[in-house]
Design a protein around this ligand. Structure first.
Ligand SMILES: [Zn+2]
Length: 1021
């Protein structure tokens, strides 16, 4: 019976992962890992899930956030924390509605009303869960442990009630108010957007650029000149605005006189315009002029006169601003201050109403062209062109927004700006610069949260209004009942709209608005538990979160809504640490999109490389906030670590399952790798505590490399002999690495642990390793010895001498401590370099002679055409002496055309020409030379090794196990046979041959060695 399950070195990782998933399910490992910590009374590490929307299939960027949401909870659990992980789903909002509208072919809100709000919302409810199975399947497949059975849904009545409670809190503080303001507005969606939504949708567009005359009343031939990029706003033109402190001019151009700011004169009218008069802006105030269109005229006393404003740009336009009063924040303010009547002839769907005369019914932007045409006909158009600028679009449906005066509900976050900033101070950001950069600046420039949405599918605004305008905010279902109304079974529209109540003889009906879906998500810390109506203690114990993680763009999304809601309600941030993730791009740095055909579907990566490789790529290829440029192939490169680890595991099992065993003490190599293991453990803990998977992963990867390519390779003979200490050491290393890497690559880690240890049902139920003792002196010594080996190998490669060909000697430049270090590992070095002896020298000069070469880059500019003479002069220097001087930093002199010149070490390159028969490799002050001369004895030994190598290959292709004894027959080239005969014991020992004959009768393989034929007959003995 084997002690361990045999390991297939060619194991497919996706197949392995399915096996592990099965085991996790059977043993209920995730829940067990939580249960155990709960039973122990372990301290909590709180994680909040930022809820995704399941109305579309998950993409590769979702895998990114989900694996980062997994790795630290997994790690903290192993470190002794109780980490509960409640899943959640974001169910409301415009994207859901848009999808249904698209499905049903709807163009506007009217279509929805005709279809029926109840039916429409039923479809929305259904669609948010469309892909939930695929999400859950992917979540499990990538090893993201989260409680999907206990998930919260923002559409549930309980969740909505908690959100209502939060709004009532804000209401009671006087922070939830209605305001008539200019808001960014999407005409297609028929709703206002909050400032954080606007920030998501800027795009470059080309708009009309129009200069328009506004003829001064009572003075023939004199006009104000104003500029706009939105001609449609000229229809409801209310007033002109100038900067009272700026200088304006009357300028004559041809037959007419135009009034505009002096600083913009040349730019707008060119050099030939003649200044007739200079006037301060204040001198223009109150002047009347003719509006461009006659359709709306009753703007009040100051309508169609010149007003003063503090927002007039003197950098573009004309310094005379046309204002439509209702279509810009500043415009609205100045108009209100001056007592203007505000007209908004634009319907919520973006078309002009009947006040717009012949333009009634036109969509505002579609009216631009006919309006410019009308201005041209009436002689009002001075000039027209195009203008490119970044303009906000609806981030949901891509319609250009308009700014639009309307009534909205606001959460007055600006009143609590200081609280928001203070809350942010207590948060640790990864990367750090977001805190006072992107996010801090965002908070500093905070504007009130435009909360209401005139839509259908979302949390209803819990405000009821009487005929006389009195409003009541309802904070719970109980409160609604106290008011005499029965809450509907479904709190969504249209059912909630039917709920009304009487008070003080007045009927209160609900304000039909919904709230911004981002407010929903900001409420998840308490709403996921239906707190404070239930589970208040559960919420309090899990507030704030220790850790949250989402993409960088959530600084204007969830990171903001979470912080703002908690700062308003609880006076602090609801999270302590936040990790921001970068964008996912294709290998050429382009955004992934369906139209470019460069979208990487996560399933393709998972089926080909597996989840561990996918995770490892995200965790270690770079800092996660720097973004990724990837393809299915790129992820394949991260399979390397998994393969190395797996193969070392395979090697261990192969030898450990052999029956032979012998005692054998621990040696320096064992002590070294165990010390490296301690160092790696300490590094992994330090880095993962600091939310840095990149450095932790790289430290582990370097260790695995050391373990596989140095420790295990150098210990093969000991494994073969069955030395207990070697097995024990490798076993310890593999089991410990499995634990170290478990949070990052949970599948392969579990498989290795399960095979080699299995004391627990899973590696994820183990504690994270603690670092043991380190022997830094030993680690250093091994480093020095390995560096010497590296140089020696490079020298061999440079000389193109096969590794199997033994050489007489290696000469190593090393003195004192370094020499001692190498001597400690000399046996290992002899074997690695395949040399018979090592000689030490203290200076590189002893390995050859230095030749001097002029450094053309340094000397060229100095000597120009005389460089050939310089080269000659350098060549004529006495090389040993000059080299010694230059190496000590001194200078040497040369004479060119009778003039002395001084050359410094930067001016001359020292090239080491090795002694005859040697190959030298240098790196800094280190150097190793290999003697290349071969005698018959060395050559025979080299051939004998080639024979062994060929026999091993023959054994393998005959399907023999490593431990099988054979009878070996060799034939063929006489020289090869001679070599094998001369090293008969070695050949027999290495190939496990119990008998070796040279009669050449073998009928097996016939490899060629250096052009000589060898016949190999292998039979199980
Ligand atoms: Zn829209």
């Amino acid at each position: 019976m084997s002690r361990y399950r045999p390991v297939d070195p060619g194991q497919s990782f996706p197949a392995l992962e399915h096996r592990v998933l099965e085991r996790w399910r059977e043993r209920d490992v995730f829940h067990e890992s939580v249960r155990r910590r709960r039973a122990e009374g372990a301290p909590r590490f709180v994680f909040y899930e930022g809820p995704p929307t399941a109305n579309g299939p998950p993409g590769s960027h979702h895998v990114l956030s989900r694996v980062f949401k997994d790795v630290f909870p997994r790690y903290r659990t192993m470190r002794g924390h109780l980490v509960e992980r409640k899943a959640g789903w974001d169910c409301h909002g415009l994207p859901v509605e848009l999808q249904i509208e698209r499905e049903l072919g709807f163009q506007s809100k009217d279509d929805i009303e005709r279809y029926g709000v109840a039916e429409f919302n039923a479809k929305c409810r259904q669609s948010v869960l469309t892909y939930i199975d695929e999400w859950n399947r992917l979540t499990e497949r990538i090893g993201f442990w989260i409680d999907t059975d206990e998930a919260y849904f923002t559409l549930e009545n309980e969740y909505i009630e908690s959100v209502w409670w939060s709004l009532k809190q804000v209401w009671d503080k006087g922070l939830l108010t209605e305001g008539h303001k200019v808001v960014p507005y999407c005409t297609r969606c028929g709703t206002a957007l909050s400032s954080h939504e606007v920030a998501l949708g800027y795009r470059d567009v080309t708009d009309p650029s129009v200069f328009v005359r506004f003829p001064l009343e009572g003075e023939e031939g004199v006009s104000f000149l104003a500029w706009t990029t939105m001609p449609w706003t000229l229809l409801p033109h209310a007033a002109l605005v100038v900067d009272p402190d700026a200088t304006y001019v009357r300028a004559r151009v041809g037959e007419e006189t135009l009034i505009l700011a002096e600083s913009l004169l040349a730019r707008v009218l060119g050099e030939e315009a003649e200044v007739v008069e200079r006037v301060p802006g204040s001198g223009l105030l109150g002047l009347s002029y003719e509006p461009p269109f006659p359709y709306i005229s009753d703007y009040g006393e100051r309508g169609h006169t010149v007003l003063g404003g503090d927002f007039v740009s003197l950098e573009d336009g004309t310094g005379v601003v046309h204002t439509g009063a209702a279509f810009g924040e500043d415009d609205f303010r100045v108009a209100t201050e001056n007592g203007l009547t505000i007209h908004n002839p634009v319907r919520p769907d973006g078309t002009f109403d009947e006040r717009a005369g012949p333009f009634a019914g036109l969509y505002v932007r579609d009216a631009d062209a006919p309006i410019v045409e009308a201005l041209r006909e009436s002689g009002r158009l001075f000039g027209a062109g195009t203008y490119e600028h970044a303009y906000p679009h609806c981030w949901r449906c891509d319609t250009p927004l308009i700014y639009y005066a309307k009534t909205n509900w606001y959460v007055r976050t600006t009143e609590r700006r200081e609280d928001l900033l203070a809350a942010n101070e207590a948060v640790t950001w990864y990367p750090q610069h977001i805190k006072h950069g992107r996010f801090g600046k965002w908070l500093e420039n905070n504007v009130d949260w435009a909360l209401s949405r005139e839509r259908y599918w979302g949390t209803p605004l819990p405000v009821w209004r009487a005929e006389d305008g009195e409003t009541v905010c309802v904070g719970s279902l109980a409160e609604l009942r106290e008011l005499g109304a029965e809450p509907p079974g479904d709190l969504h529209r249209p059912y909630i709209d039917e709920v009304s109540f009487e008070r003080d003889g007045k009927t209160f009906r609900r304000v039909p608005d919904l709230i911004d879906v981002w407010w929903d998500s900001g409420c998840m810390p308490f709403a996921q538990w239906h707190a404070p109506f239930e589970n208040e203690d559960v919420f309090r114990e899990r507030f704030p979160a220790d850790y949250i993680c989402e993409a960088l763009d959530q600084t204007r999304g969830w990171f903001y809504s979470l912080l703002a809601v908690s700062a308003l309600l609880f006076g602090r941030s609801s999270y302590e640490t936040v990790l921001c993730l970068g964008l996912i791009l294709d290998t050429e740095g382009r955004k992934m999109s369906k139209s470019l055909g460069n979208v990487v579907v996560p399933w393709d990566v998972l089926d080909l490389h597996g989840a561990d490789a996918f995770r490892w790529y995200y965790f270690t290829s770079k800092q996660p906030w720097d973004g990724y440029r990837f393809s299915v192939e790129t992820v394949g490169e991260s399979v390397r670590l998994l393969k190395t680890l797996w193969n070392t595991h395979a090697l261990f099992v192969l030898y450990a399952n052999l029956p032979e065993r012998m005692e054998g003490g621990e040696n320096d190599l064992d002590r070294w790798i165990l010390s490296r293991l301690s160092a790696t453990t300490a590094a992994a803990i330090e880095r993962l505590d600091d939310y840095d998977t990149t450095s932790a992963g790289r430290a582990i990867s370097e260790f695995v490399d050391d373990l596989s390519n140095w420790y295990a390779r150098r210990s093969r003979r000991r494994f073969w002999r069955g030395e207990a200490a070697a097995f024990e050491t490798l076993h310890t290393c593999l089991v410990t690495v499995a634990k170290l890497v478990a949070p990052l690559t949970p599948f392969v880690a579990d498989e290795i642990y399960d095979n080699l240890d299995g004391a627990e049902p899973s590696v994820h139920l183990c504690s994270y390793p603690e670092p043991g003792e380190r022997d830094r002196q030993l680690e250093w010594a091994m480093r020095v010895a390995r560096d010497a080996v590296e140089l020696g190998r490079a020298a061999r490669a440079q000389a193109r001498v096969k590794v199997r060909q033994p050489l007489r000697e290696a000469v190593i430049v090393a003195a004192d401590r370094e020499r001692e270090a190498i001597e400690r590992f000399e046996a290992l070095l002899l074997d690695e370099l395949n040399v018979k002896s090592v000689r030490y020298v203290s200076q590189a000069d002893e390995l050859g002679r230095f030749e001097l070469k002029p450094n053309y880059r340094a000397l060229g500019p100095r000597f120009g055409k005389r460089m050939p003479q310089v080269a000659e002069a350098v060549a004529a220097l006495e090389p040993d002496h000059a080299a010694a001087t230059l190496r000590e930093g001194g200078a040497v002199g040369i004479n060119i055309d009778g003039k002395e010149h001084t050359l410094t070490p930067q001016d001359v390159q020292l090239v080491l020409r090795p002694l005859d028969g040697y190959q030298v490799e240098r790196s800094g002050t280190h150097a190793v030379a290999l003697g290349l001369e071969l005698d018959d004895e060395l050559r025979r030994e080299g051939l004998a090794r080639e024979v062994v190598h060929a026999v091993q290959a023959a054994r393998k292709s005959a399907g023999l196990n490593v431990e099988d004894r054979i009878s070996l027959t060799l034939g063929g080239d006489a020289e090869l046979l001679d070599a094998a005969r001369a090293h008969e014991d070695y050949v027999a020992g290495e190939t496990l041959a119990t008998s070796l004959s040279f009669d050449g009768a073998g009928s097996g393989s016939r490899p060629e060695i250096e052009g000589r034929e060898l016949m190999i007959g292998v039979a199980r003995a």
